[in-house]
Design a protein around this ligand. Structure first.
Ligand SMILES: [Zn+2]
Length: 424
């Protein structure tokens, strides 16, 4: 049965490519969240034709949802022949903007040299296509399975997932007893199992000043100068300290096995409008800090060390005052290596690819955070055909061989998790 299923998937190579193309040609760019409904329908109609019960769930009222940009998610459930557990494949439908530097049309789905090119091929429409074709092959082979197989296409992963997996998790779509095992076909390379991710804390720090005419700065107090003093401390005191902190988790790339901080944005002075800001001493300057932390660190410590820098400046620097706001925070998430979904996918990587799988963790968060935090489901991994380093890059592509191989791994791992005889 294994061999027949593998051959069936191999014979569906052109279908995987065609489906990836169809998905890429719907430019689901986020922000703003374009064409979500059209993409969800493409997925949902195909699942319906295969016999799934299909639901469309719009995250009404979440940030970004509107009549023009509805946050439309799709979930399909394919019931098995008898009761049992459920394996769920979750992919996000949204892609980041194409950006510059492309040598070909990012939304044409161009096939060249064994690769499909386009924005979202790697991250992660190729993974979605592979999981859909994997289950179609199971259906076509007439393999009877207990329990259920589910596929979802969800929105807004690139902006935090609140309208997608986060929303669905609050409605019970990612909890027992509905779902037992989750595979997210994010681009982590075809022979690697991603067990989780580092934590994240975004904060907005605002320094305060006193407005005055730009020709007489001595009459005011510049919030920008205060911000410079703060960022200087970040650069010279905090960053070296963070660089010393390493994790035992197998985060890839290896440079991310340390604590990191990025300054995501900086704005001071009057709004610029079309030209230049008005000539005033800045009464406010804001920065957004993106702190990624390790499972070995507590979020309380992470926050306290930045507040300590600010408080020190308040004590020592004349006129310094600040406000700090939490923007977003997620704790690190890791699935144990002996969890059923980890073992099933790792074993099938060994058998299908003939290679020893690598176990890795992601530097950034993805929708696993909502499944763990809200769904309280911890049998969850990311596994998909894309190459991690190509995500969000110009000339993004996914390898066709990798899509076929990952579909074989996904199909066989799913049957193993459902306990179908003759697979393991
Ligand atoms: Zn992604």
């Amino acid at each position: 049965m294994r061999e027949a299923l593998m051959r069936r998937i191999e014979s569906k190579r052109d279908e995987i490519v065609a489906l990836t193309d169809d998905l890429v040609r719907i430019p689901t760019v986020n922000p703003p969240g374009d064409a979500y409904a059209a993409c969800a329908e493409l997925v949902g109609e195909r699942l319906r034709r295969s016999g799934y019960a299909v639901e469309y769930v719009r995250a009404k009222g979440v940030r970004g949802d509107s009549a023009r940009y509805p946050r439309t998610n799709v979930i399909g459930r394919l019931a098995g022949a008898s009761p049992g557990s459920c394996v769920h494949f979750n992919s996000h439908l949204d892609v980041v903007e194409a950006g510059s530097g492309w040598s070909l049309d990012p939304f044409a789905g161009i096939v060249k040299d064994g690769k499909v090119y386009g924005r979202g091929t790697c991250d992660m429409k190729g993974g979605l296509a592979a999981s859909m074709i994997a289950i179609e092959a199971i259906i076509e082979e007439g393999i009877r399975f207990p329990g259920a197989l589910e596929i979802s296409g969800t929105v807004d992963e690139e902006s935090g997932g609140y309208g997608g997996v986060g929303y669905l998790a609050t409605k019970g779509y990612f909890s027992r007893p509905r779902v037992d095992h989750v595979i997210i076909p994010e681009p982590l390379n075809v022979d690697r199992v991603c067990i989780g991710h580092r934590g994240v804390w975004w904060s907005e720090v605002e320094t305060l000043g006193r407005i005055a005419h730009g020709s007489m700065p001595f009459l005011g107090d510049s919030a920008i100068s205060h911000m410079v003093a703060f960022l200087h401390k970040v650069e010279t005191e905090l960053l070296p300290r963070l660089h010393e902190r390493t994790t035992a988790q197998p985060v890839e790339p290896k440079e991310a096995r340390r604590s990191t901080l990025n300054i995501n944005g900086l704005h001071g002075g009057q709004p610029e409008g079309d030209g230049y800001p008005a000539p005033t001493v800045a009464h406010s300057c804001r920065t957004v800090l993106d702190r990624r932390f390790l499972v070995e660190e507590s979020i309380e410590e992470v926050k306290a060390e930045i507040v300590a820098l600010l408080d020190e400046l308040k004590r020592t620097r004349k006129g310094f005052d600040y406000v700090i706001r939490d923007v977003m925070e997620f704790l690190p998430t890791f699935t144990p290596l002996d969890a059923p979904v980890v073992k099933a996918v790792a074993d099938e990587i060994r058998r299908v690819l003939g290679r020893e799988p690598a176990f890795i963790a992601s530097p950034g968060t993805y929708d696993q955070k909502h499944i763990a935090r809200i769904g309280h489901l911890h049998d969850c991994i990311a596994y998909g055909p894309g190459i991690l380093d190509l995500a969000h890059q110009p000339d993004e592509y996914v390898g066709i061989d990798d899509m076929v191989a990952s579909a074989q791994v996904m199909a066989l791992a799913a049957l193993r998790l459902l306990g179908v005889p003759g697979v393991a």
